[in-house]
Design a binder for this molecule. Structure first.
Ligand code: IMP
Length: 192
C-alpha cells in the first residue's frame, strides 16, 4: 500500500480524504508520523503556503505528502481576507473575523467572492498543484449554524442558502475543498 502523508491536524479533513481515496493508499496525518512542529505558513498565496507545508514534510520526514491551504477571496476587498482568512481580525475568533469582513464591505452592493483551496502534492520527487474554487456572494447578515469559518455569510452561486444552512453532505458536493480533493484523488489513482 502506498504511504502518503496529509500534512494536517484536522481529523475531519483527514477522514474526508481517506473516504475518497479508498484502500489503495495508507493516508497518514502529522500525528501519525510524529510531527508536532508548528509548520510555518508565511506566504502571500495559497500555493506558497500549501507548498511550504508539503516541502516541510519532504525535508524533515522524506515522505511523499500533500498539504492544503484555503480561504475566502472577496472581490470588493481586493481578494481579502485571502491567506489571512483564519485570523483576519488579528484573532482566530470567527465572530470577529466575520464582523470585520462585514464592516469592510459596508453597504457595498458589489459582493462577489469565492472560496479557494490549493493542494500541493510532492510525490516521487515531483511537485503538483490541484485547485478548487466555488463562486458566490457575501450577504450582510449571518444565516445558519452548520459548517465553520465564513460559511454563515457565503451563498454559493445558483443557491439560496448559505453554506452554514446546508447539510455537510450538500456542502461537500460543491465545496472548493471537494473540487480540489477530487482532482488530487483522480491524479493519484491514475498513477497506480
Ligand atoms: P484552511 O487553510 O483550510 O485551514 O482554511 C483557512 C481559513 O479559511 C479557515 O480558518 C476559515 O476561516 C476559512 N475557510 C476555509 N475553508 C472554509 C469553508 O469551507 N468555509 C468557511 N470558511 C473556510
Amino acid at each position: 500500500m502506498t504511504k502518503l502523508v496529509f500534512a494536517t491536524n484536522n481529523a475531519h479533513k483527514l477522514e474526508e480524504v481517506k473516504a475518497m481515496l479508498g484502500a489503495e493508499f495508507d493516508l497518514l496525518s502529522l500525528a501519525d508520523i510524529g510531527c508536532t512542529a508548528d509548520i510555518p505558513e508565511t506566504g502571500d498565496t495559497f500555493e506558497h503556503n500549501a507548498k511550504q507545508k508539503s516541502d516541510y514534510i519532504l525535508t524533515h520526514f522524506q515522505m511523499d505528502c500533500f498539504a492544503d491551504d484555503s480561504g475566502l477571496e472577496i472581490d470588493a476587498l481586493d481578494g481579502e481576507p485571502g491567506v489571512y482568512s483564519a485570523h483576519y481580525s488579528g484573532t482566530r475568533d470567527m465572530e470577529q473575523n466575520i464582523a470585520l469582513v462585514l464592516e469592510n464591505l459596508g453597504d457595498n452592493l458589489y459582493r462577489t467572492a469565492r472560496f479557494r483551496t490549493v493542494i500541493s502534492l510532492s510525490i516521487n520527487g515531483q511537485q503538483h498543484f490541484f485547485e478548487g474554487s466555488v463562486e458566490g456572494n457575501i450577504i450582510s447578515d449571518e444565516r445558519g449554524g452548520a459548517g465553520f469559518g465564513y460559511d454563515p455569510i457565503f451563498i454559493p452561486k445558483g443557491y439560496e442558502e448559505t453554506f452554514a444552512q446546508m447539510s455537510a453532505e450538500q456542502k461537500n458536493k460543491i465545496s472548493h475543498r471537494a473540487v480540489a480533493v477530487k482532482k488530487l484523488v483522480a491524479f493519484l489513482r491514475s498513477q497506480q
